[in-house]
Design a protein. Structure first.
Length: 283
């Protein structure tokens, strides 16, 4: 596991790397290209196995020129089995972002990979595990109660399941999925207030009506990074509307440091596990 510059977690852990989503703003793809091994591809595997879908399993680190390569196949989805014991080896409780260099719930990821990661989490239940995906529908396969009707079991492990969204359409998709939190990064437009609450029966913002509760346990907001030609800079009014709505519902908000120039004021950086914030059990 690595210490990280991602402000809302203590460490990142990447037992799975790589992704097929091909998002134009993806920071992880750029990192994999920068630090990936040049001159090899998924057919040049001596320490692992290649699946038909172009995914790779490594049972030990890929060594080249005497050094372990973190992304030996660039951004091709890769399961690093040898990393599964890393949480168990870290004895101090940590907030761990699982899969910062992947979408481990992408359609191409085998159930076997995800379950192996979950089993590794269960072996170190003193940590809190944070998951993000752009394929939130797959969370319907996950349960915490050994339900035989689902494919994947996380056991009794502290975790928050989230979705990465960038616009209103993706926010609606996340709203309809079985998740706890959203990371709105990069923020590419206005987000409607209706996606922050359950059972909204009125257009009035006088206060929650009976039966209305906050949709999210946590909302993270961030801007697009990098120098992409079509890079979108968020407007302050978009952020203000999100903050106003979260305040109404008592939802903790965390602004990433890359919003400093847009927000102007002191950033709001709250966590769902802080006193006074008790997000819904939306799962």
């Amino acid at each position: 596991m690595n210490r990280t510059g991602i402000e809302w977690c203590d460490r990142t852990w990447n037992p799975i790397t790589g992704c097929f989503h091909d998002c134009p703003y993806c920071y992880a793809r750029g990192i994999a290209r920068r630090f990936g091994t040049q001159g090899i591809n998924t057919t040049d595997v001596f320490q692992g196995s290649v699946h038909e879908a172009g995914t790779v399993v490594l049972h030990e680190p890929y060594i080249r020129d005497g050094n372990a390569q973190p992304y030996p196949f660039g951004f091709a989805p890769t399961f690093h089995r040898y990393r599964l014991t890393e949480p168990e080896n870290e004895k101090k409780p940590q907030r761990i972002f699982v899969g910062s260099m992947a979408d481990m719930f992408g359609k191409w990821v085998p159930d076997e990979w995800i379950q192996a990661v979950f089993d590794a989490c269960a072996a170190a239940p003193w940590h809190t595990y944070l998951f993000l995906t752009k394929n939130p529908e797959r969370y319907y396969q996950v349960n915490n109660d050994d339900d035989e009707t689902t494919n994947l079991t996380l056991h009794d492990t502290p975790a928050l399941f989230g979705a990465t969204v960038t616009n209103n359409d993706e926010m609606e998709r996340a709203y309809e999925s079985l998740i706890d939190w959203v990371s709105i990064e990069p923020l590419h437009g206005r987000i409607s207030k209706e996606w922050f609450m359950y059972n909204m029966c009125t257009d009035s913002f006088e206060g929650p009506a009976d039966g209305e509760i906050a949709r999210w346990a946590w909302v993270v907001i961030g801007a697009e990074t990098g120098n992409r030609r079509d890079k979108i800079k968020p407007e302050r009014t978009w952020i203000e509307e999100i903050v106003e709505t979260c305040r109404f519902w008592g939802t903790p908000v965390f602004m990433k440091d890359n919003l400093v120039d847009v927000w102007g004021d002191a950033l709001i950086q709250e966590y769902p596990w802080e006193e006074g914030h008790h997000g819904p059990d939306s799962r």
